[in-house]
Every structure is written in structure tokens, then in C-alpha cells.
Design a binder for this molecule. Structure first.
Ligand code: NAP
Length: 236
């Protein structure tokens, strides 16, 4: 069955936008939560660290599109700082957006899925969790926790008909990646990295969207608690 109500956080840009477009093309009724207003249909200005904003937007989505069946947590904030120079405020904001944002959105949406006896939760984490990343301790810590949360929720809510999986993307051509390149944070250019990527190209937001589309489908009902790397072979 298609036509579920799907929420994509961070759906205004990059990977999230491609996911929102793909789920809509698959026949889902898609709403987007993002910091900035956008022309995307059913988009809501929501900071995922703010539970009140999430709850208000969710009420509108339920009224307009029906109960939530698919949740994709894609809103993310990166950051680069030597650990000795990392302020607690910067640490906390990155953990807030990347981890607590997932906590809030999942907890607020789960009642709809439990009621329906069906749900799909897909968390976009990061390939940096495979081996760590210097100068990104806060980001990698948050994304690693999202992977752990994914596995625990999969066990807890499998009996309720809800699957929970994570996609840790690596090296996807989005504004986030290009900002990192401009600020010289990649340890080389995107072109240099392509030469170190087994499939010899940068990832596209659509690569993540295609995986997400499958994980949201009926056919993926026997896949849960998994981290599905989409990274061109950079991590195996
Ligand atoms: P992006 O283009 O910067 O998109 C991220 C979106 O999330 C932006 O629209 C951003 O809004 C929004 N956002 C940030 N904080 C938010 C908040 N508190 N509440 C609601 N929305 C918020 O980056 P992307 O590359 O597509 O990243 C998407 C996800 O993939 C992120 O979780 C990222 O960590 C993950 N990821 C990306 C890569 C990669 O290679 N690109 C690799 C690993 C993981 P603003 O633009 O207004 O800040």
C-alpha cells in the first residue's frame, strides 16, 4: 500500500529535499519540517529541538494529511572544532539538533504508528560513525547515538509493526558538503575524494532517497535495526 503520510525533517535542502521529492513521487503524502520556509508543499517551519513547534506542526499535518506512517529524520547540523577548543554550547547545539531532534520527532510521531500497527522510521546518521572523524567529536557522538537509538527502537517497536533503520551517508554532494569544501575542512577537494572513492564519484542526494524509498515500502518490512551504508564503498 502506498499513500502513507510521511514527514521528512530537514526536507528543505540537500538529502532531505531529495527524500521528500522521492517519497512524494512514490505516492506518499509528504510534509517537510525545516528551519527555513520553502515553496515545497506542506512545509512547516520547525526547529527539531523545540518540542512545542514539533507538536503544533504535527497537529496540522494530521489534520491535512492524516496520521503519520513514515518519519525520516534528516535535519542535521555539522561542526568542526579541535576538541580542546570546543565550547560546551557548540557541543550541546550539535547534540541537540542531531540527537535530541530525533528523540522529539520519533516520540511525537510514534503514537500514530502504534495505533495503526504499522510504521517506518528512517534516521539519517553519518558514515563518520564507522571510524570517527577528527575535529567532529560532537557530530560523530550525536550520530553514533542515533545509530544506537535506531537499534534499540527497532527491538522495542518491532512487535508493534514498526521498523526502524538508519542510513549513514558518506560524501554526498549537498550544500553541507560544499560548505565543508569551501572552508577547507575535507582534507582535499571533492575531486580529490572522488579518487579515493571505490565507485569513483561523489554521492547524490538521490542515492540516499532511493534507499529511503525502499526502506519506507511494504517490501522492506523484514528489515529493521539495520545501518544501511550508502557511501560508494568508502566504508565497508
Ligand atoms: P543540508 O543541505 O545542510 O540540509 C540539512 C537541512 O537540515 C537544512 O535544510 C537545515 O536548515 C536543516 N536543519 C538544520 N538544523 C535544523 C533544525 N534544528 N531543525 C530543523 N531543520 C534543521 O545538509 P545535507 O548534506 O543534506 O544533510 C542531511 C543529513 O545528512 C544531515 O543529518 C547530515 O548530518 C547527514 N549527512 C550528510 C552527509 C553529506 O555528505 N552531505 C554525510 C553524512 C551525513 P538550514 O540550512 O537552515 O540550517
Amino acid at each position: 500500500m502506498t499513500g502513507r503520510t510521511a514527514i521528512v525533517t530537514g526536507g528543505g535542502s540537500g538529502i532531505g529535499r531529495a527524500i521528500a521529492e522521492r517519497l512524494a513521487a512514490d505516492g506518499h503524502k509528504v510534509a517537510v519540517f525545516d528551519l527555513q520556509p520553502s515553496e515545497i508543499p506542506n512545509s512547516h517551519v520547525v526547529d527539531v529541538t523545540d518540542r512545542d513547534q514539533i507538536d503544533k506542526a504535527l497537529s496540522l499535518v494530521r489534520e491535512d494529511l492524516g496520521p503519520v506512517g513514515v518519519l525520516v529524520n534528516c535535519a542535521g547540523l555539522d561542526g568542526t572544532k579541535r576538541f580542546t577548543d570546543l565550547s560546551f554550547e557548540a557541543w550541546r547545539r550539535v547534540i541537540d539538533v542531531n540527537l535530541h531532534g530525533v528523540f522529539h520527532c520519533v516520540q511525537a510521531s510514534l503514537p500514530d504508528m502504534i495505533e495503526a500497527g504499522w510504521g517506518r522510521i528512517i534516521n539519517i546518521s553519518s558514515s563518520s560513525t564507522h571510524s570517527g572523524q577528527p575535529y567532529m567529536a560532537h557530530y560523530v557522538s550525536a550520530k553514533s547515538a542515533v545509530n544506537g537509538l535506531t537499534k534499540s527502537l527497532a527491538l522495542e517497536f518491532g512487535p508493534a509493526g514498526i521498523t526502524v533503520n538508519a542510513i549513514p551517508p558518506g560524501f554526498i554532494d549537498t550544500p553541507m558538503l560544499r560548505r565543508a569544501e569551501t572552508r577547507n575542512l575535507l582534507g582535499g577537494t571533492v575531486e580529490d575524494h572522488i579518487q579515493r572513492t571505490p565507485v569513483r564519484r561523489v554521492g547524490r542526494p538521490e542515492d540516499i532517497a532511493a534507499t529511503c524509498s525502499f526502506l519506507a515500502s511494504e517490501e522492506a518490512g523484514y528489515i529493521t535495526g539495520q545501518l544501511i551504508g550508502v557511501n560508494g564503498g568508502r566504508n565497508t
